[in-house]
Design a protein around this ligand. Structure first.
Ligand SMILES: C[S@@+](CC[C@H](N)C(=O)[O-])C[C@H]1O[C@@H](n2cnc3c(N)ncnc32)[C@H](O)[C@@H]1O
Length: 285
């Protein structure tokens, strides 16, 4: 594997302005729903214990999801290589006292051996060099510990106005493919997420590992419309870096939706949509 994460990371997450935008515009539901799914799964595995559990959230970003996850643990540590992200995480008015944030990357964790019950990494493993991160997970986890890597990816757009209109899935796949090809060009060869972490999963050397894939509709705090969704997507730090001045895959997708639904004359902000995501969890027990 060649040089990890550097290009995308430095440009996408290390600029204060981009980070601010990302934090402010991200629909809260896209944080709350995944955290709920993760906690439910950890509870099924019997890995959540408020009295004694220690959580390590790798690639914690601004700590928004870390703080929610932390409610289920006695002690929580969030690490992220982006200094602007960590300064937001620290500055936030933390209700939870037993939580600390550090600047560090997945490949070299500033954590003692056998000290952590649960490792989470949300939307992170495609940036990390797994050849280094996985041995670090083994080193810091307690003998019965578990690592859970999560991400989701848009898979379908449906009309929220008329159930008879066709589901948009082919053009969505095309958009994801275009974007992630660009990301691969800019980053390391393992940055490859449109196959839902298959290559990363296959490369992980772990005795008991599983990859769980589900489809789920994510509703934001208010109803999505084609305009609000496309602005949200184009505002993602990764998207801005990947697209630059090239053909804009989201604009193409918006056009494909309008063509398919014969809505060429309608304003995107007036077209109500439902968005279905594919969720991926990698569990290392
Ligand atoms: C999409 S954000 C997700 C942040 C957070 N986990 C959340 O769900 O809100 C991806 C994060 O991964 C971090 N990241 C990138 N490369 C990393 C690496 N090699 N090790 C750890 N984190 C990394 C970025 O700085 C960024 O904060």
């Amino acid at each position: 594997m060649s040089a990890p994460s550097k290009v995308i990371l430095e440009d996408a997450f290390n600029m204060k302005k981009t980070v601010e935008n990302y934090i402010q515009r991200r629909p809260r539901a896209l944080v709350h729903i995944p955290v709920r799914l993760i906690i439910e799964r950890l509870k099924q595995l019997g890995k959540v214990d408020q009295r004694s559990g220690c959580l390590l959230d790798v690639g914690c970003g601004s700590g928004e999801s870390t703080r929610l996850l932390a409610k289920n643990f006695h002690h929580t540590i969030g690490v992220d290589p982006s200094a602007p992200m960590i300064s937001y995480a620290i500055a936030f008015d933390n209700e939870i006292s037993d939580i600390e944030f550090k600047v560090a990357n997945a490949e070299k964790l500033p954590i003692e051996d056998s000290s952590v019950d649960v490792i989470t990494a949300m939307f992170v493993v495609h940036y990390a060099d797994l050849e280094k991160f996985i041995p670090e997970c083994k080193r810091v986890l307690k003998p019965n510990g578990v690592a859970l890597f999560y991400r989701h990816q848009i898979s379908k757009i449906l009309s929220a106005e008329n159930d008879a209109l066709p589901v948009i899935d082919g053009p969505v796949k095309m958009m994801i493919r275009q974007l992630l090809e660009k990301a691969r060009e800019m980053s390391h060869p393992s940055f490859h997420t449109y196959e839902l972490h298959q290559t990363q999963f296959d490369s992980i050397n772990w005795e008991k590992k599983s990859r769980e894939i589900n489809e789920l509709e994510f509703a934001p705090d208010s109803q999505w419309n084609l305009g609000s969704w496309s602005r949200f997507y184009q505002n993602l730090p990764f998207y801005q870096k990947a697209v630059k001045n090239d053909v804009n895959p989201v604009t193409e997708l918006v056009q494909a939706v309008k063509n398919t639904w014969s809505m060429q004359d309608r304003d995107s902000d007036d077209i109500k949509i439902r968005v279905v995501y594919t969720t991926v969890m990698i569990l290392l027990e």
